[in-house]
Every structure is written in structure tokens, then in C-alpha cells.
Design a protein. Structure first.
Length: 316
């Protein structure tokens, strides 16, 4: 019997395996379709507006008809007397939210993992998750009521302890970072701990049993088993967070700003809104926002490459 030569076999078309996989799992891809449409409509299509960063926008000509000006807006921003202060404030606040805040949800997830009373665990999780669903308007409103001079809860406690209860914490710049970080921690820690709890639940229980046989205590189990097991999740979330290193959070900072702490709370996000919407400099504001995105992209790519070399954990 003559053997069929491999040279006579038809090569499979490029992408045939991909389409076959899509057809095979068509229902799963159909469920993914709304998510894809969301990002296409609200993330990718608006990227066409980045042309404003290189054009002098004219209302009567539109984006495409407006004249090109090249990199003039970028040069103007970096030569502005405000640029250094804005970048410095943004980096300080972003680094606090990224590096200082990072251990808190991890520790909270570890604490929840050790709670054995299901009723207490469920109630505690619900209480700590709730602030995530409150808008920053509500959160900052609560902060202002608590820290209000004379009538605020904190000042009343200080007065009852024999101190001066007239301190205007929101206007004093030396309290700004504590207020900013404390409100961010209270609002985000519960929700951000969920993904770490999911990672902890995926750790093989046999590893804990083996550690107990070897005489390891609870702290040793956490240090030698739990933390190394969830470290890939921590690294991935950290890399993703680097993309927002120049975006310190507009809602919170805009609401916390007062004339007293303006030199610390004025960041790139608030500056973009001020010059873009209030002053009508759409092209200039787009250029500053584009700087944020480009630097974030560079940091994500660099951190991903470094992580892949050091720990074999990466986004791609």
C-alpha cells in the first residue's frame, strides 16, 4: 500500500485553529461580547481624540479640520512653572497609594483567612466592603463632618480631653497626606482584599498539613506558604497599578482640595480638568493627559519585562 506523502497534505490556513476554537466555544465568546463592546466604545474609539494634542482646535473646523501644531503643547507644559509641582504632587500621592497601601489589603485578606467563625467573618467582610460602593462625594462629606472645627467629632474629642478643639484639619497642609491616605484606605481596603482572598483560597491545603507535621506555627505557614503562593497575584496587580502612576485619583483629590492644602493637593488630574473644561484649552489638556498615558505604558512594559526575568511572572 502506497504511503501518503506529507508533502501532498494541504497546509492548514493561518487562523483556522483560532476560528475553530471560537466556533467550538461560541457561547462563551458570546458572553464576552458585551465586555468587548464596552472597551471598544468607551476606551478605543475615544483614542481618536488624542489628535487634539497635536492640533490647535477650532470649533468651526472640528478635530480633523483644525490646523496641526506638532508638539507645541508638550513643550509648553514642560516649560510651565506649574509642571514640576504638579508632577511632584502626583508622584507623591500615587506612590503612597501604590507602595504604602499595598500591604494593607494583603494583611486584611490573611486575617480574614484565619477567621473560623463564619457569621463574624461574613459580617466583617460586608462592613469593610461597603465603603467601596460609596461615592467620593459621600466619603469626603463624612471626612469634612468628622474633621470640622469646633463641631467635628475629632475636635469635640480633643476638647473633652482638655485640648483646643478649633483645629481646621482640612485647611492645614500638614494633615493633608494623613487625611488623603486614611480616606483612601478606609474606602478601598475591603474591596481590594477580595482578589487576595481568592488567591489564598487556591493554595493547596496539603501544603499546610505538611507544614504542621514539620512543626510549623501559624506565622511560619503564612510566611513560607501563603505569601509565596499569592506572590504572582501581587506582582500582576502591582504591574497593572504602575499604569496609573501619574493618575492619583481625580475624584478624591478634587473634593479634598482647599485653599490651605492647594500646594499639595493640586495634581495632574485636577489640572487637566481645570485647563481643559474650565478654560476651554482642549488640545493642551489632551496633551497633558497623553503624557500620563505614555509614561504609564512605559512603566508597565518595563516592570513586566523585569518581573519576567526575575520571577517568571508577567502579564504577557
Amino acid at each position: 500500500m502506497a504511503q501518503t506523502s506529507t508533502s501532498n497534505m494541504k497546509p492548514s490556513r493561518p487562523g483556522a485553529a483560532l476560528w475553530k476554537n471560537i466556533v467550538l466555544h461560541r457561547y462563551l465568546y458570546f458572553m464576552l461580547l458585551p465586555c468587548l463592546l464596552f472597551f471598544i466604545i468607551f476606551n478605543y474609539i475615544p483614542m481618536g481624540g488624542l489628535l487634539l494634542a497635536f492640533k490647535e482646535y477650532k470649533f468651526n473646523k472640528g478635530i480633523l479640520g483644525s490646523p496641526w501644531i506638532g508638539f507645541d503643547y508638550f513643550v509648553t507644559f514642560f516649560h510651565s512653572y506649574q509642571s514640576r509641582e504638579l508632577i511632584q504632587n502626583t508622584l507623591i500621592i500615587s506612590c503612597m497609594k501604590l507602595f504604602v497601601y499595598l500591604p494593607f489589603p494583603i494583611v486584611l485578606a490573611l486575617m480574614f483567612n484565619e477567621v473560623r467563625n463564619k457569621w463574624f467573618k461574613n459580617v466583617s467582610q460586608s462592613v469593610l466592603y461597603l465603603p467601596h460602593f460609596l461615592s467620593w462625594v459621600v466619603v469626603v462629606g463624612l471626612v469634612q463632618r468628622i474633621l470640622a472645627p469646633d463641631t467635628g467629632l475629632l475636635n469635640e474629642l480633643i476638647t473633652n480631653m482638655g485640648g483646643d478643639g478649633s483645629t481646621f484639619f482640612m485647611m492645614d497642609p500638614k494633615y493633608f497626606y494623613q487625611i488623603m491616605f486614611g480616606s483612601h484606605l478606609w474606602k478601598s481596603i475591603g474591596w481590594d482584599s477580595i482578589i487576595y482572598m481568592a488567591a489564598i483560597s487556591g493554595v493547596n491545603p496539603d501544603m499546610y498539613e505538611a507544614a504542621k507535621i514539620d512543626g510549623a506555627g501559624k506565622l511560619r505557614e503564612i510566611w513560607s506558604i501563603t505569601l509565596p503562593s499569592i506572590m504572582p497575584t501581587v506582582v500582576i496587580l502591582f504591574i497593572l497599578s504602575l499604569g496609573n502612576i501619574l493618575s492619583a485619583g481625580f475624584d478624591q483629590l478634587y473634593l479634598l482640595r482647599t485653599p490651605g492644602n492647594m500646594q499639595l493637593s493640586d495634581i495632574l488630574d485636577t489640572y487637566i480638568i481645570r485647563v481643559g473644561l474650565k478654560n476651554g484649552q482642549f488640545g493642551y489638556a489632551t496633551a497633558v493627559g497623553m503624557i500620563q498615558g505614555i509614561i504609564g505604558l512605559i512603566l508597565v512594559v518595563f516592570a513586566n519585562r523585569l518581573s519576567r526575568k526575575v520571577s517568571d511572572t508577567s502579564l504577557w
